[in-house]
Design a protein around this ligand. Structure first.
Ligand code: ZN
Length: 161
């Protein structure tokens, strides 16, 4: 079901933990799997000097967090912001379709940590997008088969009213 790379990252996840006094923190959750990911970043001269994460969730979510942390380390903020859902899946040599929402979380959490850092630079707290009533913030909103995320559908419907 899983590629060797996924299994390897799942068994030996890289960069697990928390960064004390992190420059940016990004947390996302996935109601469908119950995955919760938090990314911590340390930034120096616009480069991600260190990236760590804490993930509670399914095996795919753990492998994804580990891979995203490796991909992001040493990159500039702009480069890291361009790591896409697709890039993560490709780097892991594929993921079962049902698990694609878990891979979305990884880059989302990283991007959110960077946005948190940038917002702090500007002297304001980062406001989560989607706090407004008409924006759907559900992390599984872009999975292809809505059947796979009945919870998401309910949440999105509710928040759009
Ligand atoms: Zn998951």
């Amino acid at each position: 079901m899983y590629s060797e790379i996924v299994m390897e990252h799942f068994k030996n996840p890289r960069n697990v933990g928390e960064i004390e006094n992190a420059d940016g923190i990004g947390e996302v959750g996935n109601p469908a799997c119950g995955d919760i990911m938090t990314f911590y970043i340390k930034v120096k001269n616009n480069v991600l000097e260190d990236v760590k994460f804490k993930t509670f969730g399914c095996g795919a979510a753990i492998a994804v967090s580990s891979m995203v942390s490796e991909m992001a380390k040493g990159k500039t903020l702009d480069e890291a912001m361009r790591i896409s859902h697709r890039d993560v899946i490709t780097a892991l040599d594929g993921l079962p379709k049902k698990k694609h929402h878990c891979s979305n979380l990884g880059s989302d959490a990283l991007h959110r940590a960077i946005e948190d850092y940038q917002a702090k630079l500007q002297g304001k707290m980062y406001e989560k997008p989607g706090d407004g009533p008409e924006v759907c913030e559900c992390p599984v909103r872009d999975i292809e088969d809505p059947e796979e995320a009945p919870y998401c559908a309910t949440v999105c419907e509710r928040s759009s009213k």
